[in-house]
Design a protein around this ligand. Structure first.
Ligand code: S3P
Length: 425
């Protein structure tokens, strides 16, 4: 796809699609609950559609209309042995969280994903689940898909996560919910807490004592109504687009502002961006409006406990940093190496092709600004977020950007190019 913009500016207001993490979890809890769950503003991206497809194969009725997804849950025992392989596509969240659910269900299932999923570590989930008694086999001693799960009765656990990962935390939580008694999960750094919030939204209980999350087993859930806020990880692309494109102002309405996800807002402040954030309502999750104008930016340092709060936004923050005066240093972000692609490598390689002064480090990157970007031929490498970074970069390049593999963007933001077109003046 060829991206040609002639001295663009951005203006107007959009509502980005529903949050990916919350959309997945709303299907999962809806399927495990008793009764009907109605989900509004669900993200119909490929990843979340994979979750729907897997639960349908597990015997759960899920209806789709233009406006809503309706899940007809029949409780934990409503899940039935699938006669087909569960295909999680490109979705790490589907694969890892489903492992926690299926480990405790009394039947056999087989899970596979795409080529990228086949390279992502699953032992970070299969090891703690095995310690709870799970029987999961997979390629390379259970490290990779395809995985075969023989569900059985699980024990409680006290598990200290070696990496700050909401997917691992959530998988262990789903397993713990099926054990008899109390489990404790300890996080090295706080990660997104949508699973915890949803347990409560579906009528369950969960306790947090410092860094200890306490999950009572044997809980059942009740179907409910869920409104999925706009995904701040998708809004991030237009936040950056507005900040780096001359004469721009973009308003992002109904965006999720959960504290465990708003690291990018802190970074925008640190870098001196012209931004306002206004909280509107709270319905289990914080929601608000983010407005960003063209900004004079300065470099910054991003490391430590903020990293899990902006892990998926680092590729687009790297682009932002190319337009800031001075150096931006990103540390403690090794986790980027095990995302849909090795995002340290893919973002550094692709931004370099457009003339950015950017260097990979062991646990992050260094970006030296401000640089004038030029057109070029780049690829998403099949990674939705890398594709969107390149599309946003094309707004400020001198010359066209040819983006290969742009289709990957449909994984999390099918309306991305429509929204971009809508905002470009
Ligand atoms: C997610 C957690 C994060 C994030 C991913 C979604 C989730 O992954 O990168 O896009 O929904 O729990 P990790 O848990 O591997 O950090």
């Amino acid at each position: 796809m060829k991206l040609t913009f002639n001295e663009p500016s951005l203006g107007g207001s959009i509502e980005v699609p529903g949050d990916k993490s919350i959309s997945h979890r709303s299907i999962m809890f809806g399927a495990l609950a008793d009764g009907k769950t109605t989900i509004r503003h669900f993200l119909k991206g490929e990843d979340c559609l994979s979750t729907i497809d897997c639960f349908r194969k597990l015997g759960v009725q899920i209806d789709e209309t233009e406006e809503e997804i309706i899940v007809h849950g029949k409780g934990w025992d409503g899940l039935k042995e699938p006669s087909a392989i569960l295909d999680t596509g490109n979705s790490g969240t589907t694969t890892r969280l489903m492992l926690g659910i299926l480990a405790g269900r009394p039947f056999h299932s087989v899970m596979i994903g795409d080529e990228s999923i086949g390279k992502r570590p699953m032992d970070r989930v299969t090891v703690p689940l095995a310690a709870m008694g799970a029987d999961i086999a997979g390629r390379d001693n259970g490290r990779f898909t395809p995985l075969s799960i023989r569900g059985r009765k699980l024990n409680t656990t006290e598990y200290k996560l070696p990496v700050a990962s909401a997917q691992v935390k959530s998988a262990v939580m789903f397993a713990a919910l099926q054990a008899d008694g109390e489990s404790v999960i300890i996080e090295p750094e706080a990660t997104r807490d949508h699973t915890e919030k949803m347990i409560e939204q579906f009528g369950g209980k969960i306790r947090r004592e410092g860094d200890r999350i306490i999950v009572q087993g044997g809980q059942t859930f009740k179907g409910t109504d869920v409104y999925v806020p706009g995904d701040i990880s998708s809004a991030a692309f237009f936040m950056v687009a507005a900040a780096i494109t001359p004469n721009s102002e973009v308003i992002l309405e109904n965006t999720g502002l959960n504290e465990t996800r708003t690291g990018i807002i802190d970074v925008f402040k640190q870098m001196g961006a012209d931004m306002t954030v206004e909280k509107t309502t709270k319905s289990g999750e914080e929601i608000g409006t983010i407005t960003v104008k063209t900004s004079q930016l300065k470099g910054t340092e991003i490391s430590g406990s903020i990293i899990p709060r902006l892990i998926d936004e680092i590729p687009v923050i790297a682009l932002l940093a190319t337009q800031a005066e001075g150096d931006t240093i990103i540390r403690d972000a090794e986790e980027l190496k095990v995302k849909e692609t090795n995002r340290i490598d893919t973002v550094v390689d692709e931004l370099k092709k457009l003339g950015a002064d950017i260097e990979a480090t062991d646990d992050g990157m260094i970006i030296r600004g401000k640089s004038k970007l030029r057109g070029g031929s780049v690829s998403s490498h099949g990674d939705h977020r890398i594709g969107m970074v390149m599309a946003v970069a094309s707004l400020i390049t001198e010359g066209d950007v040819v983006l290969h593999d742009h289709e990957a963007i449909a994984v999390s933001y099918p309306e991305f190019f429509d929204h971009l077109q809508q905002l470009v003046k």
